[in-house]
Each structure stands twice: as C-alpha cells, then as structure tokens.
Design a protein around this ligand. Structure first.
Ligand SMILES: O=C[C@H](O)[C@@H](O)CC(=O)C(=O)O
Ligand SMILES: [Zn+2]
Length: 275
C-alpha cells in the first residue's frame, strides 16, 4: 500500500500545486478487479477502495506488521456502486448502493464480491487503529442519523447522513458519513471549520465528467485549493479547513479519525478570517 507522511502548516504555505496534489489528493481509487490502499501517517488512517470483478480478499500488507488487516484496526465501508457483498469471517453482508458496514477490530477475513461482475460494486472505506472491539453492523442509508443543513440562498442546502458515530453505530475512533447536496447547491461545509482533535478525509463522487470540485484546504488564513474529479479523495490534516464548491452537483463521503468523536467538537471559522 502507498504510505504518506504528515504535514506541517508552516511548510504547507510553500507547497506548489504539484506538491499539494502529491501529498493530499488520492487519485485512481476505484480500479476494476483491485483493492487500493493509501496509509496516511496523519492519525494512521487508511483510505481504500475495492472494486471486485472476482472476489477480492483484504490483506494486511507488510506495512501493518499484522497477521491480518483488522488485527489492531476497525473499518467503515460505504458502497457507492452497484450491489455487492462484504463477507466478514464468512458472514455475508449484502450492500446496495449507499449502504454501509462497520467492522470491528479482530475480524480476520474480509472478502469483497460484486453481485454482477459486469457492473462491479464500489466499496469505499476508511480504517483506523482500534484497541477494543465494537460489533460489526450493516448500516442502511435510511437508518442513518440525518441532519439537514444550509439553504438554497447560500448555495449549501444539504443533508448530512451519519453512518458511524457515538449516537448510532459505535466505533473506537472512526466517525463516518455521507453528505448529499440538494440539486442546484454547490457548496459544502461553508462557512467552514477546523477540528484540532481529529483529521478528515473526503471522497467526492457523482461528479459529471465535465465538472470539477474545488476543494479548499489550509489554515483559515492561508487557504489553497485542490481541483478534484469524480471519485477522488483528499486528506485534510486537523489544522486544515475542508470545504468545497462544485461546478455541478456532487455527493461526498467524509471520514474522521482522532480522539474526539463528538460531531460538534469543531471550531467554526468566521468568514472574516478566511484568506
Ligand atoms: O466535521 C464534519 C465534517 O467536516 C462534515 O461532516 C461536514 C459536512 O459533511 C458538511 O458540512 O457538509
Ligand atoms: Zn470537519
């Protein structure tokens, strides 16, 4: 798997577009017939995807020095493609498009399959170190905690669906969900925020081929943008804002890792502070 190191905001000020993309942007996640994994040393989150044509088994890889992937980890999965199944130690969980799955520490064998190999499922996942086991649970989109935010007037009317969080399906540190923008709304997370106690990864999808999302990152007074295309992810350190505006409608999955799981543990950035 690819390993990426952390980042210091003082250094980040001097990064070129190329360096920002190398360090934070995750491209080519969904490749038919493959599992892709990117290990970030920022809170040791692993961002990955599985696109099975034939069944794919998740391996720990040399980087984890573990007998199996979830020996000391937990993970959350959301399927953004056609129907597929994730088998956890032989127990099958069928995931329709937008269904999620939490898998607790200690599950040994994780196998991904697609219902129709001609139309592979697209399993997106985040994994974090874990020191306790929480029960493995399937999460239907309809069962997520939904929070409606924003307005058409501010171009940010959207619904935040919390899949894995302290008031729902529980985990050691991973918090994960999906935000769906209403048609005609282009902004997510603006006004924006930071959260010193956790980092975040965004996966942008449902972006038409001729559209892009300008993802914003950096300290509030030192922002940069990352031009994102469909099904790409971006790593956001805890000192960074994370926000975006699309040239067309899109959806995104967010995953957070760190020591405070409370969603409202965030520092709102006044619009006047942004530079
Ligand atoms: O800390 C919370 C995360 O940044 C996201 O949940 C924000 C989000 O989905 C949104 O505002 O649209
Ligand atoms: Zn956030």
């Amino acid at each position: 798997m690819e390993v990426r190191s952390g980042a210091n905001p003082q250094d980040f000020k001097n990064y070129t577009t190329e360096r920002i993309r190398e360090d934070f942007l995750i491209q080519d996640l969904f490749v038919s017939g493959e599992i892709k994994l990117v290990y970030s040393q920022i809170d040791r989150i692993i961002t990955g995807a599985a696109c099975p044509v034939a069944p794919l088994t998740l391996e720990a890889g040399a980087e984890l020095r573990a007998a199996y992937f979830l020996e000391r980890r937990e993970m959350g999965i959301i399927n953004i493609g056609p129907k597929g199944t994730v088998s956890v130690d032989g127990q099958p969980y069928e995931l329709d498009s937008r269904d999620g799955l939490y898998i607790g520490k200690g599950a040994k064998e994780i196998v991904f399959t697609s219902a129709d190999p001609q139309a592979p499922a697209k399993f997106y996942f985040n994994s974090a170190p874990a020191h306790q086991t929480y029960p493995t649970r399937k999460i239907l989109l309809s069962e997520t905690a939904a929070q409606h935010l924003g307005s058409l007037n501010e171009s940010n009317e959207r619904t935040i669906h919390k899949y894995i969080h302290p008031d729902g399906v529980k985990s050691c540190q991973l918090v994960m969900g999906m935000t769906i923008l209403e048609p005609g709304n282009m902004w997510n997370t603006m006004p924006c925020h930071t959260h010193d106690r956790r980092m975040e990864v965004y996966l942008y999808f449902n972006i038409p081929d001729d559209a892009v999302v300008f993802h914003l990152m950096g300290e509030p007074g030192e922002t940069r943008h990352v031009v994102m295309r469909n099904e790409q992810a971006v790593i956001s350190p805890s000192w960074s804002i994370h926000s975006g505006v699309g040239t067309k409608n899109y959806t995104f999955i967010w995953g957070m890792v760190g020591e405070n799981q409370v969603f409202s543990d965030m520092d709102a950035v006044p619009m006047s502070q942004l530079k």
